[in-house]
Every structure is written in C-alpha cells, then in structure tokens.
Design a protein around this ligand. Structure first.
Ligand code: SF4
Length: 249
C-alpha cells in the first residue's frame, strides 16, 4: 500500500516545486596531460601577442643578448615585472657588456636600478658576476646550465632563462608565474619552482620548453593572477582544471 500523503507533505512538495534549483557547480576539466598542455600553449601563442605584458616588452628590448638577459633576470628577482621593465633599460643604456658595467660604481648601479627589490645587494652581485665573467669565461656568458649556476647570485631560474632565451637551448625557466600556473593546470603538484622544473621536464615535450616561460609569464602578468585570476577572460579556461583556485573573476 502506498504511504499516506499528509497535508504537511503536500505543502513541502509544493514549496520544493516553486523554489529554484540550486546552481550547478561549474564542471572542472581534468588535469592537463602533455597533449592538453600543448593545446593550451598553442592557444596562448596566438593570444599573448595582443596582451600588453611587461615580460614581452622586456624580452624584445634584450634582443636575446645573453649578458642582458642574465642581468635583467637578476634585476627581476623579488621585483614586480613592471618595475624591472623600466629599470633594466635604464641600466642597459649605460652598460651593455661586463667591461662597461665594471666602469660603473656600485652606487651608480644602485641609482640606475632603484627601486628594484634589494637594489643595493643586486648592484654588488652584478659587479661580482661581471668580474667573474671576465676572469673565468673570457668576458662571455657561458651557454651551459652547470657553468652558469657557478656564478655567484645565479640560480636555476636565471640560468634556465639565459639558456633558453639567449642560446635557444633546451631548458625550462620556472619563475613564480610558471610555478603557479603549472600547478593550477595540474602539470605539477609541487611546492617549489625547482621541483616544478623537474616535473615539467618529465611531462612536457621538448618542443614546448623554450616558449612555456614567456607564455605563462605573460598569462600570469595579465590574467592568471595569484589571487582571484580572471578566468572569465582566459582563453584556456575551457580546458583549465583551475586546481587550487577558490576565488576567480
Ligand atoms: S586564469 Fe583561470 S582558467 Fe586561466 S589559466 Fe588561470 S586558473 Fe586557468
């Protein structure tokens, strides 16, 4: 026998029928694999040239000169991209080689690069690198990752940037933007940029290694911000799993 319907049941039923359905949680895409990452990078390749990203301006100004890329990267550490994009050309107007840089005093370099982060320390690091380049490498920037990291103040991120941008050799430069977005895409599940570099080397086909840095930095500077990324305007939103994103625009 069917259960008896009470008056209360009937009221509740009518009320349920009138209330709007709860909003469906937006479906998230699965973590990106190598093929999907390639698709995302090809989309960014097409779109990024329309963005006014500081990284693209800076790289165009450096014209793949290894010394300028190296010094530009040192300036960018712990510094907003917009600040580096202004300070680096100011310094390069005065010195574009290790020899020319060594003609400047630390105080002059400080004034030229202010207000980049740690500008006093960086002025001395830059002079130390220039001396080292002259003494150990004949004034030339080495095109080898292991040699580059022997320069005081040069870590894997900087060394990888020089290798990829200036020498067009395989490497993956992981900065804060690449680290964050690789994790949001599910290409890496890592806590540090160095671990992200290893994860990306393992999963990403080599043909994407050179361009992943400028493309993800441009995306990070304009759309995929650390807090509240602008997912509604992002060209890769349809395939992005947005891992760890709790608030977006
Ligand atoms: S902005 Fe949003 S959709 Fe675009 S890459 Fe970042 S998290 Fe993904």
């Amino acid at each position: 026998m069917a259960p008896e319907t009470t008056a209360t049941d009937a009221v509740q039923e009518r009320s349920r029928a009138r209330s709007p359905r709860p909003a469906a949680t937006p479906r998230r895409s699965p973590p990106l694999d190598a093929a999907a990452a390639g698709r995302a990078l090809r989309i960014l390749r097409r779109e990024a040239r329309n963005w006014n990203a500081p990284v693209l301006t800076l790289m165009a100004a450096e014209k793949h000169d290894p010394f300028l890329t190296l010094i530009g990267c040192i300036l960018s550490l712990r510094t907003k991209d917009e600040t580096t994009a202004v300070a680096a050309p100011r310094l390069f107007e005065r010195a574009r080689t290790p020899q020319a840089m060594l003609k400047l005093t630390a105080t002059e370099i400080e004034r030229l690069i202010f207000p980049v982060g740690f500008y006093r320390t960086k002025a001395r690091v830059i002079l130390g690198i220039c001396r080292d380049l002259l003494e150990r490498f004949g004034g030339r920037v080495p095109d080898d990752l292991d040699a580059l990291v022997t320069l005081k103040g040069v870590g894997r991120k900087t060394a990888n940037l020089v290798i990829t941008e200036s020498f067009r050799k395989p490497g993956i430069c992981v900065d804060t933007h690449v680290h964050r977005i690789a994790n949001r895409w599910g290409l890496a599940r890592t806590k540090t940029p160095d671990h992200t570099e290893q994860a990306l080397r393992a999963v990403l086909p080599r043909r994407y290694w050179l361009e992943i840095n400028p493309l993800l930095v441009a995306l990070g500077q304009t759309i995929c911000h650390p807090t509240s990324p602008r997912c509604s305007q992002c060209p890769v939103a349809p395939i992005c799993p947005r891992i760890g994103v709790t608030r977006s625009r």
